[in-house]
Ligand binder design. Sequence first.
Ligand code: APR
Length: 239
Amino acid sequence: MNSEMEKLYQAIEKAHTIVFFGGAGVSTESGIPDFRSVDGLYNQQYDYPPETILSHSFFLRHTDEFYRFYRAKMLALDAQPNAAHKKLAQWETAGKLNAVVTQNIDGLHQKAGSRKVLELHGSVLRNTCMDCGKKHDVTAISESKGLPRCECGGLIKPDVVLYEESLDNDVMDEAIRCIREADMMIIGGTSLAVYPAAGLIHYFRGNTLALINRDETPLDSRADIVVHGKIGEVFSQMP
Ligand code: APR
């Protein structure tokens, strides 16, 4: 185990209130591509850039095209939690971790057993009728074709934060509260490229900031511990 891994191991052993902040890189070892890596979603060819398709205005103007892309690329319903998700759930059960703050919408943290999961960008598992407000589970979209319709005839929209949409204030406030009270913050599997999510890190006031990411991030120089590697593999070697 190299020195950074050793430092990470010791810090986790000592910590009592860890908060985890993660992104798409936490789910790649579950077979879900991330966004900005070379093989990521945003580097594949489509008629429009994926960041355009996953926007509020595109959803309203090209709803059919949105759902074709969304069903093909955003629903990974067979994906299973990997070692990273499982370790975080274990730390929460052991009383070492107070919350997972995630940018992911795949629900894998909850599938692994995590209970306190703050989903900054929502979840594909929650969907709402734009007319009557009725809640629908993901099968209303995954098991339908064309425009998913509610019994009332209204269009069903995923509870996922699209570009041009704002994040849920209550979720943000709770994420900030958990980050503020943490004695250790572990950031993993995120390029820290998207705000306001990436800005949350600046609320951390605790002892140790650890960063586990395959590639470099803008925050590497600010972290006390930096491990460049696959987060599932790294967590497998942690207490
Ligand atoms: N282990 C560790 N890091 C990994 C792994 C892995 N197995 N796989 C990928 N990574 C790293 C990549 O090196 C990359 O830096 O995870 C990061 C993923 O970055 P992005 O693809 O930009 O994903 P993310 O940071 O979650 O994007 C944030 O952008 O488009 C929006 O809403 C979308 O939530 C998303 C947000």
